[in-house]
Ligand binder design. Structure first.
Ligand SMILES: [Zn+2]
Length: 128
């Protein structure tokens, strides 16, 4: 899978979308990435919210570049299958494009997404 720096312009697949799209969580082995804790509730908010913003499904599954797992899933009672699509999460100014494996990176590899992505997910998950 391609590796992109967080918040760099998205270019992995063509998009039918107006406005800026930036990358989040396109990690690769040997490329340093931000690590650390995420705010309480963020990870679950991402799982709850993200499936509604899933797009660009592919026929195959990307392996995790760190542990090699293929068809990674979340630990939820009804697990979310990861590694075969992207989440496009709308933010205030931009849309954030993340591989679905971003949840696995947070769960298993200590990835810490940019704060503005965290804010966008939490804002979407807020009850209306
Ligand atoms: Zn992994």
């Amino acid at each position: 899978m391609a590796v992109y720096e967080d918040l760099s312009p998205y270019e992995y697949l063509p998009v039918d979308h107006q406005g800026a799209i930036v990358n989040v969580g396109w990690l690769g082995k040997g490329t340093p990435y931000p690590s650390g804790p995420v705010p309480p509730g963020f990870r679950d908010a991402l799982v709850r919210t993200a499936s509604g913003y899933q797009t660009h499904a592919t026929r195959g599954f990307h392996k995790c570049p760190f542990c090699g797992i293929r068809r990674a899933t979340t630990a939820e009672p009804v697990p979310l299958l990861l590694g075969h699509a992207e989440f496009h999460i709308p933010g205030d100014q931009v849309t954030y494009a993340a591989p679905t494996l971003v949840i696995h990176y947070i769960d298993e590899h200590d990835y810490q997404p940019p704060q503005e992505f965290i804010d966008a997910v939490l804002a979407l998950d807020r009850p209306t």
